[in-house]
Design a protein around this ligand. Sequence first.
Ligand code: NAP
Length: 305
Amino acid sequence: MNITVFGAGSIGSLFAGRIAYSGFDVSVVGRNPHVTEINKRGLRIIEEQEELLSHFPARTSFHSEVTTPETIFVTTKAYDNGVVANSMVGRIFNETPIFVLQNGMGNEEVFCRHFPQNPIFRAITTEAAELIHPGIVKHVAFGKTSFGIIKGQENGFGPRVQDIMRNSGFQTKKTTEIQLKMWQKLLTNATICPLGALLHVPNGKILQKPSINRIFDAILKEGIAVATSNLPDEDFSLTREFIIRVMEKTKENRCSMLQDIERGRKTEIDYMNGFIVQESRRLGLKAPVNAAIADLIRHLERYPQ
Ligand SMILES: NC(=O)c1ccc[n+]([C@@H]2O[C@H](COP(=O)([O-])OP(=O)(O)OC[C@H]3O[C@@H](n4cnc5c(N)ncnc54)[C@H](OP(=O)(O)O)[C@@H]3O)[C@@H](O)[C@H]2O)c1
């Protein structure tokens, strides 16, 4: 089975690199100069214990894919999904599964609309990677990846992808609870990411002041209200403790939203706190704290300090 990873940035390069290193057929779509480096010298994956050199084809557009992929992993940022989906229309088979491996909520909808026949999966990962130089990706932290079907029939792709991922060194589990995983990840990201970015601190230093604790709790309370309305049978009562544990485990990490703001890049706020606001409106709930937080991040995107 050949896989095309669309979005050879940090996480896409890590996944493609390890999958190719393990002998599976993978190619990537990304940007130059990273693409040129991969084709010339391969991708270097820097890990704590070792360094891997992985070779696989890289291209700058999906149009130039030589083989029609049998599986697609989308690893761009969520806000690029419209362009990504458009560039794939008419170029993939109806049965080709699309795995949307991103943070945020609502990301897969554009693929469901553009590809009504294709199986659409969502994947959630706690792996962490950073593209530190063209051709070089750092595997910042080992994590876990869960994926599950959102639309259509699995057609045996689930177990095959799970095997490939596991054989490539990723702790991966196919789950029937992908919606729950997505909501849990959303609540984690919607608290840690904007607060880390607004305070300019690593994850372990976010909750050092009582005033920030109160904002954290308010973001979470509004988020849990929306999550519970969507998944009434699930229990989100231990979410706070779970997020605190994530913060402790990743205490040295500066979250990706903080890194994006520092680099003058767009963030995924619309798919996190912005999504909570949107869903609250739809459900007749109120989410003033998430709305304010999302506005502050949008302001920082426009006017980085
Ligand atoms: N990095 C992590 O550790 C991590 C961990 C868990 C989840 N995630 C999630 O994974 C997703 C990807 O994150 P990331 O950090 O890997 O982002 P990233 O480093 O920005 O990678 C995305 C890459 O896709 C490229 N791209 C976008 N549109 C393209 C197009 N049409 N053709 C070719 N290339 C295109 C981008 O190029 P340009 O920037 O030039 O547009 C960028 O190089 C996000 O949803 C993120 O929240 C990331």
